[in-house]
Ligand binder design. Structure first.
Ligand SMILES: [Zn+2]
Ligand SMILES: [Zn+2]
Ligand SMILES: [Zn+2]
Ligand SMILES: [Zn+2]
Length: 275
């Protein structure tokens, strides 16, 4: 009897159904997975989405796990790009009452930790372009989502982006592709647009998770929200935006959390309450 290939299909996350090549545990297509020790233990290393409980699927080419329900992505300390992680850890921390996300790695049944560990959350901006046609403008979609880092095991959980972008437009099938799109852009020097005042400016960058890049993305998102006249756009944006709306004279956005005090204007932090 021929042995079945141990490889994993990168789309479905299932084991390959082809026979293995003779003298190998893999078929010709999955030969590149041969060096990945995790492949053999997939049925043992089972992780669940901390937001919807769905079992996460292994993505062989990236070494990450993904949730096909919400678009969340889990990366181990070893698999995440170190520049990406450094950038994220410098972003403003999200401190929200009732926001507690368990680390998917620590809460799975393994030896890394005995208890459950809550992630430290950061607000991370994302964006992508949708090609329309040769004659019409591409569509820019952007938003901000929580990215949680576990200080115990070093895993990072990129929470799913939700159903809508910052302007309330549906993400549709891109919901499960948002983070993949950001990772795929890494290492490619491309233009990144920001808006300050009425001036659009661009930098060329390989990594959109850096502090400067994130602040450009944030400006672009908030500018889009400001010029949007429809109220529902604003509502959708404010739900996903936890930071103060204040802009100082130099065009710098305030990095403090919005105040949650009932006597405060909750679009601003405690320091920038409108007089
Ligand atoms: Zn195979
Ligand atoms: Zn999920
Ligand atoms: Zn952990
Ligand atoms: Zn402020």
């Amino acid at each position: 009897m021929t042995k079945k290939c141990l490889g994993v299909d990168s789309l479905s996350g299932d084991r390959c159904k082809r026979p293995a090549n003779s003298g190998s545990d893999f078929c010709f297509m999955h030969k590149p997975q041969e060096g990945d020790a995790r492949i053999a233990y997939l049925e043992h290393d089972i992780y669940h989405c901390p937001d919807d409980g769905q079992q996460l699927l292994f993505v062989p080419d990236q070494g990450s796990y993904r949730c096909d329900m919400c678009g969340g992505v889990l990366m181990s300390a070893k698999d995440i790009d170190s520049e990406v992680l450094e950038g994220i850890l410098e972003l403003p921390e999200v401190i929200e009452e009732g926001l507690s996300v368990e680390c998917p790695t620590c809460s799975s049944d393994n030896d890394l930790s005995d208890g459950e560990t809550a992630l430290t959350n950061f607000a991370v901006e994302w964006y992508f372009w949708i090609r329309t046609s040769k004659y019409t403008a591409d569509i820019y979609q952007c938003g901000v989502s929580n990215v949680g880092h576990c200080t115990v095991c070093g895993s990072t959980w990129f929470a799913g982006p939700g159903e809508f972008d910052a302007l309330g437009r549906t993400l549709g099938k891109n919901t499960t592709r948002v983070w993949r799109k950001q990772f795929r852009r890494l290492g490619k020097k491309k233009r990144l647009w920001g808006i300050s005042g009425d001036i659009r400016r661009a930098i060329r960058t390989k990594n959109t998770f850096g502090v400067q890049e994130q602040s450009l993305l944030r400006q672009a998102r908030l500018a889009g929200v400001k010029t949007a006249t429809e109220r529902k756009w604003k509502e959708a944006a404010s739900r996903s935006d936890n930071l103060c709306n204040h802009v100082d004279d130099n065009g710098k956005m305030c990095d403090f959390r919005k105040s949650t005090k009932s006597t405060h204007d909750q679009d601003y932090c405690y320091k920038h309450q409108p007089k």
